[in-house]
Unconditional design. Structure first.
Length: 197
């Protein structure tokens, strides 16, 4: 899929995951999600790629709210390994072959569309978040509900609010994302063939 549906655009949680649901119904067994994120952990800086090891859903909604459709998955899906450890290992090996240093981190999802305040970033750091963004988590919940294995990769496009000493600028965020695109594409081209080898 090119792009995604975001809560901040006015879509419901169920609408935001329709692409994942369709892909799973078409027979997909794996899902790779990518996003732009703000870096919270001190070891992160602009342009770094980070494997998502886990997430914190602070969007206030779930795509599984309401009556469960048993044909999609169980009422209470397990999220112990929302992001496949095996897929992360494969991606780390692929990154090593390419000379890319991949970090791992916990992604916190907020609804947006405003960037977070410095106080919110301090809170997120306290509860264990390394990255922050406005997407991804709902799709990962839906994917796990339907039995898909997930690999998540964030591109740190900015230091989170209050960490860089300057105001956040969406144009600068887009520019960093564009600068890292080639590295991410190389990583995906090397990783994808190995996921089901």
């Amino acid at each position: 899929m090119g792009g995604r549906f975001h809560l901040y655009e006015g879509y419901t949680a169920q609408q935001a995951v329709i692409g994942v649901r369709v892909l799973a119904k078409l027979g997909a067994k794996s899902l790779i999600v990518t996003n732009a994120a703000g870096g919270i952990a001190e070891s992160l800086f602009e342009g770094v790629l980070v494997l998502i090891s886990d997430h914190i859903n602070l969007q206030g909604v779930s795509p599984l709210t309401g009556p469960n459709d048993d044909s999609l998955g169980p009422r209470f899906p397990d999220m112990t390994e929302a992001y496949s450890a095996r897929y992360r290992e494969i991606a780390q090996n692929a990154a090593g072959d390419l000379g890319i240093h991949l970090r791992e981190g916990v992604y916190a999802a907020l609804p947006g569309p405003s960037y977070e305040t410095p106080a919110e970033i301090r809170y997120l750091r306290t509860i264990g978040a390394d990255l922050v963004g406005m997407s991804t988590v709902l799709e990962v919940i839906a994917a796990n509900h339907m039995g898909l294995k997930v690999l998540g990769i964030s591109c740190v496009t900015n230091l989170a609010s209050g960490l860089s000493g300057k105001k956040l600028d969406h144009h600068e965020v887009l520019a960093i994302g564009e600068k890292v695109r080639g590295t991410l594409v190389d990583l995906l081209k090397t990783t994808i063939p190995q996921l089901h080898a």
